[in-house]
Design a protein around this ligand. Structure first.
Ligand code: 1PZ
Length: 211
């Protein structure tokens, strides 16, 4: 199944990431990101500085998960509890824990909001819709607020290299446009729910501004 339905696999990973009692499994959460990285790579080299950062963050989380404290990293909930109780998080400025699980996942979490906003725009777009505009509108509404000027500029350049809407739908490998739109309609509530659960957890623990 490796070369079929990339969008489908993203959906499946995020679907599997939610446990019955609404905890989020890190293993599947990063599997979803891994799929998004493959997708991004298929769009061309301009995006490699973005996918490298995502790959790096996936790796940090994978190392925790396969390390000796791995059992505390099964869900985002257990990770937050473990890292906070053991003072493994730099809370106000970067110090002895610059790559905590909590701050690393927060970067992906913020990017997930971008993804949600972008895919929603794509889903509801008309034939003459421009992906670069959808991308940058979604970006300005979310991730951009957390990025310095230089990165915002570089991201702006990358957006200009995005393929058009038709190609985008094709690269998603999920059938004709109507089918892609249907699949997006199915995936978005899921992604939104995973996002909201994480957002509430981070808000409750005052972790939304981790350096
Ligand atoms: C398909 C088009 C892809 C457009 C992607 C739009 C988002 C642009 C994100 C730009 C990231 C730039 C490179 C790295 C930035 C890092 O400094 C930050 C903060 O991490 P820190 O420096 O604090 O460790 N990294 C991030 O914000 C994570 C960005 C993830 C972007 C994921 C894009 C998902 C693409 C999905 C494809 C459909």
């Amino acid at each position: 199944m490796a070369d079929t339905f990339s969008l489908q696999r993203v959906l499946e990973a995020f679907r599997s990431s939610m446990s019955e009692n609404k905890e989020v499994y890190i293993k599947y959460y990063i599997a979803g990101w891994q799929e998004l990285v493959s997708f991004m790579n298929s769009l061309g080299n301009v995006f490699s500085f973005i996918s490298k950062d995502v790959v790096n963050k996936i790796q940090i989380l994978e190392n925790f998960l396969s390390g000796e404290s791995g059992s505390y990293y099964v869900t985002i909930q257990s990770m937050v509890k473990y890292e906070l109780e053991n003072e493994l998080v730099d809370l106000t400025k970067r110090g002895s824990h610059p790559e905590s699980g909590c701050r690393t996942l927060l970067r992906l979490h913020r990017a997930l909001r971008w993804l949600e906003l972008f895919l929603e725009r794509l889903r509801t777009s008309t034939e003459d819709g421009k992906t670069s505009v959808m991308c940058s509108d979604a970006y300005n509404e979310s991730l951009a607020q957390h990025h310095p000027w230089l990165i915002r500029k570089a991201v702006g350049v990358a957006f200009c290299a995005l393929p058009g809407r038709d190609t985008f739908f094709d690269v998603m490998n999920a059938g004709d446009h109507t089918q892609v739109v249907a699949l997006l309609g199915e995936s978005l509530p899921l992604i939104a729910e995973v996002y909201q659960i994480t957002e509430d957890l981070y808000a409750k623990n005052h972790l939304l501004e981790l350096p």
